[in-house]
Design a protein around this ligand. Sequence first.
Ligand code: SF4
Length: 349
Amino acid sequence: MKPALYIHIPFCAQKCAYCDFASWAGREPVWEAYFHALKEEMRPWMEISGGKFYSVFVGGGTPSLVPAERIAEILRGVSAGEVTLEANPGTLTPEKLEIYRQAGVNRLSMGVQSFDDGLLKTLGRIHTARQAEEAFFMAREAGFDNLNLDLMYALPGQTQEAWEGTLEQAAALGPEHISAYSLILEEGTPMAAWATPQPDEDVNRMQRTATAFLKEKGYARYEISNYARPGRECRHNLVYWRRGDYIGVGCAAHSLYQGRRFANPDSLGAYLAGARRTEDAILTEEDVLEERLMLGLRTAEGVPRGWIRENAQTRRMVREGLAVFEKDRFFLTEKGMEVQDAVVLALLQ
Ligand code: SF4
């Protein structure tokens, strides 16, 4: 199988209050140099793959912030069954959308996060709920029939009712895919300095609400934070969870290829100065098994039954309603997914 390709665009209009990704605002002067470096980094991979990849994901950062022609240029000669571009609703225009479509982008992942303007402000997002809706319709108008909306819950001050309102508005638009992530207060972000995490039971309740509500609307939970209409699961993300090969290009991008894990530097300056593969490791069999379990048990399909020993511990997990042995698979239930880390740890021991 061809590897998947991830292209990182680390530029944003402004830094969101909760964000600790490799992304920077106000770096327009280096955009040109960055895209040149990306193209150079892609060149050998293009030669190896003949430009064909299993899937492509242009993520960030905010790929929709930079001129769409730059995205088209980077995608020239690249082909894949699924080509996703991450877009911030505050940055889309019909002209950009047309260029993306012509460049082969066939899926948009829109960072909506919330349909509550107060919460969007708290998050430091550059768009309003109305703009998110407008961007969604603009994308449909431009011919995109595969759209994802990213949502967040457990936000400071967010009530259960406000979360239900966001879910309702998202589902009413009818995207093919919805991601729902719980906010993590990452150390060093402005938000972590003042916000208090929501209590676990409230976070779990919001998560359960999302799963039940979205199920009713025809979206199956196929991974801890991801829901899709039948056949609209994100092919690219499934590569990560199934531990397939992927190449990441750009600052801070990670790769897994032919048994090696490697990553570019997190620093934009170092990347622009030519540093590549600053982390590079050959994985042991034990590492591989650990990763397979950790990733596979995030998904509804779980892992092959043969990987899991049937013993007192796993039988207890089944009895407690955390996991299921079924035909040739072993997977976690909704309840099991709430404590996925602990279950995986117990299995590894
Ligand atoms: S738009 Fe995304 S990558 Fe950029 S600062 Fe906000 S959360 Fe981070």
